[in-house]
Design a protein around this ligand. Structure first.
Ligand SMILES: *[C@@H]1O[C@H](CO)[C@@H](O)[C@H](O)[C@H]1NC(C)=O
Ligand SMILES: *[C@@H]1O[C@H](CO)[C@@H](O)[C@H](O)[C@H]1NC(C)=O
Length: 439
């Protein structure tokens, strides 16, 4: 009898526990599903409104795209769009937003709270980007949606604003429970190469996503954009005039073509480069190519060096003028194209510094040009989307001193730069390898 009642007790106890566990599971699952439902409803409403207005709406949330990519590889997830810790992030083209008033009123009719942030306080006045243009929308019904606006720029790429170019941004974000840190995009301005999209099914909703997800995620990591300072350029041209003689204009045009060609070749090889030395000084100081500079200078991290560079340039109308150094030390390539020169300086890491090397062909002397560490940003330079050191002024000052604003007519690459150091000599038995000069 005693044994029987013990079994009975166990059975009852077990069932009670099971029921308790099941209801706990239900409690845990139910709000989750409800959240997903709310999430998808909001997204579907936005998709419906944008498609009515013939706007393209592309999901660009990194986490959602990552989950979607994993799902293609067999890892299932209930709602890829829902699992992000940021507001759901989408992008649309500003050009496609012809009826922005209709867009806002349709969203409001659907009971979305809508705020648009604008380019009210841009640090510089970029050509073609006026103030008072919307740079993004913040939408809230059940969930918060961050709708980024891509603006088409002269250099045939997409640009987006930085949140803080609207002085109201911080207070507006906080009404959505957000801060500059909790949004995924627009902490800074950004630039993207144009990309194609794919229409996919996300939780039953047809949604556009970038066709090449890994490429898009990679580009997102390095999308920071800075604008050339048109204020500084105007001030430079007021103090020092602008050389508009036919010879100067002709040189600038040819140098531009050379830079554009180098960009095409390096982009094709997937090699990062930035404008360096005199070309960078011209960009920073006057948003232009310095007419008397005679050459175009670019920098490449030695970690991005590829053996394909030389054959690619030779196959496209460049002639090798000199090859100094070797891949692990002071590499510098110089090409000519017509009577113009393209110098490619390779940059090496050394603790807190980055440096590139120089070689004096007649003596075998080595030089070292030292720069404080820098990161790379996109910019638009004469309608070309190119990279510059984000810390542009520090880079310029390392190279040209604090007097960089004043045009210099006498410049000796071995002694003038404040960041030049002597760096020993190449051993004579290596000269034929490390000093190849062609004429
Ligand atoms: C979106 O549009 C589709 C097709 O017109 C419709 O079936 C669906 O109910 C709409 N959804 C919302 C949330 O408005
Ligand atoms: C570069 O490589 C050579 C061998 O090719 C080696 O002798 C030399 O020490 C290396 N230099 C540096 C700075 O690593």
């Amino acid at each position: 009898m005693k044994k029987k009642s013990a079994i009975h007790l166990c059975l009852v106890g077990g069932s009670v526990l099971l029921v308790a566990q099941l209801s706990l599971l239900g409690l845990l699952l139910y709000p989750h599903n409800q959240r997903h439902t709310h999430f998808l409803k909001d997204v579907e409403t936005l998709v419906n409104i944008t498609s009515k207005l013939r706007m393209s709406l592309v999901a660009i949330d990194s986490e959602a795209l990552q989950h979607f990519n994993n799902q293609k590889n067999g890892v299932r997830m209930q709602c890829v769009l829902c699992e992000t810790k940021h507001p759901a992030t989408f992008v649309t083209l500003f050009r496609g937003l012809k009826q922005s008033d209709d867009f806002v009123s349709m969203l409001q009719e659907a009971r979305f709270h809508v705020v648009s942030l604008q380019n009210l306080n841009p640090p510089e006045v970029p050509s073609g980007i006026s103030i008072n243009i919307p740079i993004c929308y913040l939408l809230k019904r059940n969930i918060v949606i961050h709708l980024v606006l891509f603006h088409e720029r002269e250099g045939n790429y997409w640009w987006h604003g930085g949140l803080l170019s609207d002085p109201r941004a911080i207070s507006e974000l906080s009404t959505f429970g957000l801060s500059v840190h909790t949004v995924q995009m627009m902490k800074t301005e950004g630039a993207f190469d144009k990309f194609e999209t794919d229409l996919v099914d996300m939780g039953g909703i047809p949604i556009l996503i970038p066709k090449n997800i890994p490429r898009f995620l990679h580009d997102t990591e390095s999308s920071r954009f800075i604008e050339c300072s048109h204020v500084l350029a105007d001030s430079f041209h007021r103090s020092h005039g602008k050389d508009t003689t036919p010879e100067a204009l002709r040189f600038v045009h040819r140098a531009w073509k050379l830079l554009s060609k180098a960009k095409t070749l390096l982009d094709k090889l997937g090699i990062r480069f930035w404008i360096s030395s005199g070309t960078c000084l011209g960009y920073f100081r006057q948003c232009d190519i310095i007419p008397y500079s005679k050459d175009v200078d670019i920098g490449i991290f030695i970690s991005d060096y590829s053996e394909k560079i030389l054959p690619e340039f030779l196959a496209h109308g460049f002639t090798l003028k000199h090859w100094f150094g070797k891949v692990n030390d002071s590499l510098e390539l110089s090409f000519s194209s017509g009577d113009l020169k393209l110098d490619i300086f390779f940059f090496y890491e050394d603790g807190r510094f980055l440096w590139n090397g120089g070689t004096q062909a007649k003596s075998g002397k080595k030089f070292k040009y030292v720069f404080p560490r820098f990161t790379l940003c996109w910019t638009e330079f004469l309608e070309l989307k190119v990279r510059v050191p984000c810390e542009t002024q520090a880079y310029i000052e390392a190279n040209y001193g604090s007097d960089w604003f004043t045009p210099m007519t006498r410049w000796d690459w071995k002694s003038s730069p404040p960041n030049v150091r002597e760096n020993g000599e190449w051993p004579p038995d290596e000269w034929s390898e490390v000093m190849r000069v062609y004429n």
